[in-house]
Ligand binder design. Structure first.
Ligand SMILES: Cc1ncc(COP(=O)(O)O)c(C=O)c1O
Length: 351
């Protein structure tokens, strides 16, 4: 950001917001008769005291995740998946009916959906045919009303990393908040941008427990940024957004980081195997390099192949409607037996 003034980018009503004070903000010990909980307890047996509201700040979990990601807990916001921080950023920075965001198609669809829900404009600056950013075009597309830039690295659905030099350049040239979605970062060899939030006050890095951690079911997303932006997110979120079951499971994940690493390596190996096998198919015109847990490939008559695979019980994603992705399918790397089934079904379909 050329001249950094985060405050001036924040919507006035959010700057002036008196946030909800949760029941435990002042006292959290003693005879707790302040929050209309059920003092007789939950009808479900659990060591987690489920009849009590969870910690609104999730300080303990934030500390553990911050240490793992090499930042301070004041740099960390926890949301219900990454979808929550995406929506909160819209609500904090974009005036409905007036402001806009920039996205770089082909990319993750939720940025646009979230903007549409919030009645925020969407400007599109496509990736190049090599699926890389066009920093100069992005800068030119930005005006006074363009508050957020959504970048995704590794990108979904193209699976490649964005060039780090481009990401850094945009942090200094884009006049608003730069969001770098790193949902797939743990599958990549590229370093996370998380530590760069100390240097770039307008940078927000998104991560998630849904991919490498294999915890899509608990809905836990992370936003990493400077404490000013994190504070605004804390003020705008629903008071008890992260529930006790989610927090407890996420903490347990850190007891077994060996398994996390093992699974990541397995996925990388399987990715290599599937990519090679796809490369041997006559019908496959291109397998794009991947730094994520999925592959994008170009195949003749992709829509038909997609439907025929589904008939055989193998579900992949058709991405042929995205720019530069004509006749492309996206396949998630599965367990070894699932990958074999996919490759066999593909053979049956394309001959
Ligand atoms: C780039 C990207 N960001 C975010 C998400 C969603 O993450 P979460 O499950 O944390 O909401 C996805 C899911 O596919 C994704 O591809």
């Amino acid at each position: 950001m050329p001249t950094t003034n985060i405050q001036s980018l924040v919507r006035e009503n959010i700057r002036n917001l008196t946030p909800y004070r949760s029941a435990r903000d002042d006292f959290d010990k003693g005879v707790l008769l302040d929050a209309n909980e059920n003092s007789f307890g939950s009808s479900v047996r659990s060591p987690l005291d489920l009849h009590r509201y969870p910690d609104p700040m999730q300080d303990c979990l934030r500390e553990v995740i911050a240490e793992y990601r090499g930042v301070e807990s004041e740099n960390l916001f926890l949301g219900v998946g990454s979808d929550e921080p995406i929506d909160l950023l819209m609500r904090i920075f974009c005036e409905p009916g007036k402001d806009s965001i920039i996205i770089t198609p082909p990319t993750y669809g939720m940025y646009k959906v979230s903007a549409n829900i919030n009645n925020v404009g969407v400007k599109e600056v496509r990736l190049t045919e090599q699926f890389q950013l066009q920093p100069e075009k992005i800068r030119k597309a930005a005006d006074d009303t363009t508050k957020l830039l959504f970048l995704c690295s590794p990108n979904n659905p193209t699976a490649n990393d964005m060039k780090r030099t481009d990401l850094l350049k945009l942090c200094t040239t884009f006049p608003g908040i730069v969001v770098v979605d790193e949902a797939y970062i743990d599958f990549s060899r590229q370093e996370s941008m998380a530590a760069m939030v100390q240097q770039y006050p307008n940078l927000v890095v998104l991560q998630t427990f849904s991919k490498a951690f294999g915890l899509a079911g608990i809905r836990l997303g992370v936003a990493i940024s400077n404490p000013d932006i994190i504070n605004y997110m804390m003020r705008v979120k629903a008071p008890y957004n992260i529930n006790k079951l989610t927090a407890d499971t996420a903490l347990k994940a850190f007891d077994n980081l060996e398994l996390l690493k093992f699974n990541i390596n397995k996925i990388r190996e399987e990715r290599q195997y599937v990519a090679e096998q796809l490369g041997h198919s006559e019908a496959v015109e291109k397998v794009y390099p991947s730094n994520a847990n999925f592959l994008l490939f170009k195949i003749r008559h992709a829509k038909e192949v997609y439907n025929n695979l589904a008939t055989l019980g193998v579900i992949v994603r058709y991405r042929g409607n995205e720019p530069h992705c004509e006749d492309c399918l996206r396949v998630t790397i599965g367990m070894p037996d699932e990958n074999v089934k996919f490759l066999k079904a593909l053979k049956d379909v394309v001959g």
